[in-house]
Design a protein around this ligand. Structure first.
Ligand SMILES: NC(=O)c1ccc[n+]([C@@H]2O[C@H](COP(=O)([O-])OP(=O)(O)OC[C@H]3O[C@@H](n4cnc5c(N)ncnc54)[C@H](OP(=O)(O)O)[C@@H]3O)[C@@H](O)[C@H]2O)c1
Length: 317
């Protein structure tokens, strides 16, 4: 099968289109004929092997996974002997390892039926970014109806889902983005939009701040929280991949009344079903910035790495 291959760490140029054997299907596995994959922050972080400590998990000398890509949408080609819930021909979306390829294999528990009202391209945009937004707001942020929520990075892959999810949970939502993305952020439901080059937050207070972009210090953001508010840090951008902000939040949280939380998404099949419902009820629609054919995956990863996407970037197979 055709696949994008990452056989060493480096810039997106190290990605090549090649021919490899399709993955083998274990008893609990599902083989998906990939129709679309999406590009995430993690794809270029793994490709670069940065920060270096990441290599303890992703492979010391070269990436353990030969094919990049963790989000997938496609049609089931075959299932393992013990899979009862999914059948060949089903349209699915979810998580895998190696979706920048014609075929990808996943444990059946990592997939869910594709939302009926989405194209494969839209469905592939959902799994990691929307789960991050959902868990960051609902679980780590303990989001409640009526709260004032600020999403910093509202125009990015995660942020564009966060705005819609916060609205679905009946919050009053303000998005922070650049001037060129103000219309996008308004169109996906933000009640108010702040251009980060302008006057800024200007004395406003929020019950929950979800930081998915920018490098503002937790101490600066704390000043925009209500006395019992919560800051959820999810941005891995910056010189030290956000480690400085994580340390600051951890230390400062011992001394302040507000919650300063560092957040890591975890894969959840249940949350794929929650997202499917929110999508099918019309409360979330993925914002797609660009799509690239499989052979241009390196270009897609380079574009995401630059950090200026307006919504998600999708690879079509
Ligand atoms: N914690 C977790 O488990 C987890 C999981 C997934 C992702 N993440 C993190 O989530 C972050 C967001 O990822 P992403 O894919 O959504 O996109 P991203 O590439 O990090 O952010 C892109 C968006 O942020 C905007 N932006 C840049 N600087 C900004 C600022 N100072 N204020 C507000 N907006 C700004 C950009 O718009 P302009 O170019 O117009 O400025 C662009 O629309 C990443 O840093 C990643 O580490 C965390």
């Amino acid at each position: 099968m055709k696949a994008i291959i990452q056989d060493r760490y480096g810039p997106p140029d190290v990605l090549t289109l090649g021919d490899i054997d399709p993955p083998t299907v274990g008893n609990d596995d599902v083989l998906v004929r990939v129709r679309a994959a999406s590009v995430n922050f993690g794809d270029w972080a793994i490709l670069r092997g940065r920060p270096v400590v990441l290599r303890l998990a992703t492979g010391l000398r070269r990436p353990k996974s030969l094919v990049p890509g963790v989000d997938v949408a496609g049609v089931v080609e075959a299932v393992g002997a013990d899979v009862a819930t999914i059948r060949p021909g089903d349209e699915v979306f979810g998580r895998t390892s190696g979706s920048f390829a014609e075929y990808a294999v996943s444990a059946s528990t990592r997939l869910a039926p594709k939302p009926a009202n989405l194209t494969f391209e839209q469905a592939a945009a959902v799994p990691l970014a929307a789960t991050t937004a959902l868990q960051g707001l609902r679980d780590q942020g303990r989001l409640e109806a009526g709260q004032r929520v600020l999403v910093i990075g509202a125009s990015g892959g995660v942020g564009s889902f966060a705005i819609q999810i916060a609205k679905a949970y009946k919050a009053e939502v303000t998005g922070v983005c650049s001037a060129r993305n103000v219309e996008l952020v308004r169109s996906i439901g933000a009640d108010e939009v702040i251009d980060y080059a302008g006057d800024g937050i200007n004395g406003q207070r929020f019950d929950l701040i979800f930081q998915v972009a920018g490098t503002s210090s937790p101490l600066a953001l704390r000043r925009a929280l209500t006395p019992t508010g919560t800051l959820v840090l999810s941005s891995g951008r910056g010189r030290l991949a956000g480690i400085d902000r994580i340390v600051t939040a951890r230390v400062a949280s011992a001394f302040v009344a507000q919650r300063l939380e560092v957040f890591l998404e975890h894969e959840s099949a249940a949350d794929l079903f929650v997202l499917k419902e929110l999508i099918e009820s019309g409360q979330i629609t993925p914002a797609i910035d660009r799509t690239y054919p499989l052979r241009d995956a390196a270009e897609a990863v380079r574009y995401v790495e630059a950090g200026h996407t307006s919504g998600k970037v999708v690879i079509t197979v």
